[in-house]
Each structure stands twice: as structure tokens, then as C-alpha cells.
Write a protein that binds this ligand. Structure first.
Ligand code: 2F8
Ligand code: CA
Length: 256
């Protein structure tokens, strides 16, 4: 195509580059420092893009951890609530069991009282005791006669028993809680008619019968603490029995 540029005419080939003189051509040619600018701008853009991607990824990771953390807190709170419920249930069960135990204890006490009464009746029938009279100086309790040694006089178990036998009686045999309370409250520390049998854990009354039930021992007794505690005392302080060496000297209670 034929064109005129800067007062010059010529043929244009393609983009018209041939119309420019050498100066103009060098003026519009892409210079090296401009390319560096473009590359720099591209790198900055790339860095910016990468930074944005990383920030986006971090934000997504944080939100992911937030969700996990919230889930964990929810599960821990749920476990805590479950444990609280379980604890409350156990408290209720414990309270119910305590009530049941108290009721059983009360039933046991009633039954024990009936048993003691029956034992009294049996004793009365066995010994044909109808309003038994007691000798002078003896104490009557539940239709039985008891002798309590004088204040300040003490004897070994054997000598105490000898004194009772000389009075036509023997050391007291305790068969009921009532009788236990009656004898215990008497005279400081007193011998009763119970002694060790053939073996370490066998206890016999002076009439040869064995100890039935558990007896009325003090806590942690009998313990045979010095290895020869073969006789039994009852004290008004403890209101319960203890095994002690028979050679010790105490008050005593006889039963007719
Ligand atoms: O005197 C013997 C006596 O000594 C203590 O009681 C004061 C023992 N008690 C304990 O060991 C708790 C008795 O068992 C013992 O018979
Ligand atoms: Ca003892």
C-alpha cells in the first residue's frame, strides 16, 4: 500500500515499520531496561499472588483448627456433664442404700430384742424360775440373782470364781444385751465367767458352753496382746469385753 508519513511517501509492508527512519525506529524499539521493569512487576505480582494464596491457606487452616477445638471442647463438656449425671445417680443410690441399711439395722435391733426376751423365757422355763428370791446382798435383775464384789476388793480370775462357787454360784454368764449392760455398769473392771478354750479363738463359759454369736467385745478385742490373755473382763468405761491375763486382779460378778 502507498502512504505518506512526515512528508515522505513509500510503500507500507505489513505494520508500516518500514515508513520510519532509523532514528524513529530506534526511538520506538523495546529497550532492555523496560523489559526488566516488566519482569520486576510480574515478580511482584507473583509474590503478591503467592502471599494471598498463603494467607488464604492459613486462614483456612486456622478455621479448621477452630472447628476441631470447638468439637473437642464440646466433647469434654459432654463428658463432664455425663460424669456429673453419674455422680448424682450414685449419690441417690448411696442415699437409698443408707436408708435401706438403717431400716435393716432397725429390724435387726427389734429381732435381737425379741431374741433376748425369748432367751429370758427359756432361762426361766429351764430353771423353773418363777419369781426367784435372791439372798441378802444379791441384786435381782430379770428374775436372776447377781452378786457384785465389794468396792475396792480385787482378786484373780480363779479366786473370783472360787468366791462365787463358795456362794453356791459361779462367775456371771452373759447371754443378752440387757444382761451385758446390767453387768458392765457395775463395778469398774469386773471378771466375767468367760475364758479361752483349747484353741486361741475358742471361748468358753464357766458352765462349759461355747460363746454363741459374736459376744460384746471392745473394738479390736480379743487380741491376746501379751500372749496369755485367757480370761475376760468387762469395764464400766468401755461397757464391753477385753481378754487379759487371768492373774490380774479385778472386781467380779457372780450369777446364781
Ligand atoms: O492390759 C492389757 C490390755 O492392754 C491394752 O488395753 C489397755 C490392750 N488394748 C489394746 O491393745 C488396744 C488390751 O488388748 C490388753 O488386753
Ligand atoms: Ca486384750
Amino acid at each position: 500500500m502507498s502512504v505518506t508519513f512526515n512528508g515522505k511517501s513509500g510503500e507500507v509492508d505489513g505494520d508500516g515499520w518500514n515508513l520510519m527512519d532509523t532514528d524513529n525506529r530506534s526511538k520506538y524499539r523495546c529497550r532492555p531496561q523496560i523489559s526488566v521493569c516488566w519482569i520486576g512487576a510480574a515478580v511482584v505480582c507473583l509474590v503478591l499472588l503467592l502471599t494471598m494464596i498463603m494467607v488464604a491457606q492459613n486462614t483456612s487452616a486456622i478455621s479448621h483448627w477452630d472447628t476441631k477445638f470447638e468439637k473437642l471442647i464440646y466433647e469434654i463438656s459432654k463428658s463432664r456433664d455425663d460424669l456429673r449425671d453419674e455422680r448424682d445417680q450414685l449419690k441417690i443410690q448411696c442415699s437409698n442404700l443408707t436408708k435401706e441399711m438403717e431400716s435393716l439395722q432397725s429390724q435387726y435391733n427389734t429381732l435381737a430384742a425379741s431374741r433376748d426376751k425369748l432367751q429370758e423365757d427359756i432361762d426361766m422355763l429351764t430353771h423353773n424360775r418363777t419369781d426367784k428370791p435372791c439372798n441378802h446382798g444379791w441384786i435381782k435383775f430379770n428374775n436372776k440373782c447377781y452378786y457384785v464384789s465389794p468396792n475396792g476388793v480385787t482378786k484373780t480370775w480363779e479366786n473370783s470364781r472360787k468366791d462365787c462357787r463358795e456362794k453356791g454360784a459361779d462367775l456371771v454368764i452373759i447371754t443378752t444385751k440387757e444382761e451385758q449392760d446390767f453387768v458392765s455398769g457395775r463395778n469398774g473392771v469386773s471378771w466375767i465367767g468367760l475364758h479361752r478354750g483349747e484353741s486361741e479363738d475358742e471361748w468358753k463359759w464357766v458352765d462349759g458352753t461355747g460363746l454363741v454369736d459374736h459376744g460384746f467385745w471392745q473394738k479390736d478385742e480379743p487380741n491376746n496382746s501379751d500372749g496369755e490373755e485367757d480370761c475376760v473382763e468387762v469395764s464400766s468405761a468401755a461397757m464391753a469385753w477385753n481378754d487379759v491375763p487371768c492373774k490380774r486382779k479385778f472386781s467380779w460378778v457372780c450369777e446364781d
